[in-house]
Design a protein around this ligand. Structure first.
Ligand code: PGA
Length: 255
């Protein structure tokens, strides 16, 4: 099932590359290689420090910038933290929130909910990551993801729900330590579950136009199957976004 509309492909560079020069070179290469006729939107989320550098290179309608996290307060005595507004001013359009690597450091659903509200206030589009750590035979993982959705979105106005991009990222399929790749069927059933859960929570109208992405070991070889058979409106790409050629190939697989 191809969901039929333009795809959102987000590259999460995590704590890479190790210098600003390399970051600019990588961004430039991606910008130059954007496939002709690409109908979707690509978003690069570099380490926040590089945002001003990459913003100088220019964002376009088809390629823009995001951040990997924001802080859960808007200002004040918070050593080492960056607010949603600062990051928006520095050129970010999107903000990944609740990534499993941040949750692993102790981030709670309550904090995630605060970050979502602050992202909206600063004009950032939140990309909420959800996903289970293990796939149990009793299918408890559906309830687990449901609790993450409820915890993050249960308190926001219903009209905002569809404006949150949801990224389903099964933790067991992410990064170098991935147990295995997820199948498009697994992506599809969770995408359907997420839509149903949010429709039950906020009403059918609240999810019209909602984008549900898939993330976890996405590369140029499996991108198309997640988009066509996995019910994904887009992809959240980690490692494969650090190689311009591979990332461009993923964009090419999206239409
Ligand atoms: P990966 O990471 O593509 O390297 O598995 C995905 C993510 O953590 O967003």
């Amino acid at each position: 099932m191809n969901t039929g509309h333009a795809k959102l492909i987000i590259g999460n560079w995590k704590m890479n590359p190790s210098g600003g020069k390399d970051a600019v070179a990588l961004y430039k290469e991606i910008k130059k290689g954007m496939p002709k006729g690409f109908p979707g939107k690509a978003v690069i989320c570099p380490p926040a420090l590089y945002l001003p550098l990459l913003s100088k290179e220019g964002a376009t309608k088809k390629l823009s910038l995001g951040v990997q996290d924001i802080f859960s307060e808007s200002e004040g005595a918070h050593t080492g933290k960056l607010s949603a507004k600062m990051l928006s001013d520095a050129g970010a359009e999107y903000a990944i929130i609740g990534h499993s690597e941040v949750r692993a450091l102790g981030e709670s659903d309550e904090t995630i909910a605060k970050k979502i509200t602050l992202a909206f206030k600063a004009g950032l589009i939140p990309v909420l990551c959800v996903g289970e750590s293990v796939r149990d035979d009793a299918h408890e993982y559906f309830a687990y993801v449901g609790r993450q959705l409820e915890g993050a979105l249960g308190g926001i106005p219903k009209v905002l729900v569809k404006k949150v991009v949801i990224a389903y990222e099964p933790v067991w399929a992410i990064g170098k330590l991935a147990v295995r790749q997820a199948s498009p069927e697994e992506s599809l059933e969770m995408a359907l579950f997420i839509r149903k859960f949010l429709a039950d929570m906020a009403g059918q109208k609240a999810i019209e136009g909602l984008q549900v992405l898939y993330g976890g070991s996405v590369d140029h070889k499996n991108a198309r199957t997640f988009l066509e058979d996995g019910g994904a409106d887009g992809l959240l790409v980690g490692r494969a976004s650090l190689n311009a050629k591979t990332f461009i190939k993923i964009l090419e697989q999206s239409f």
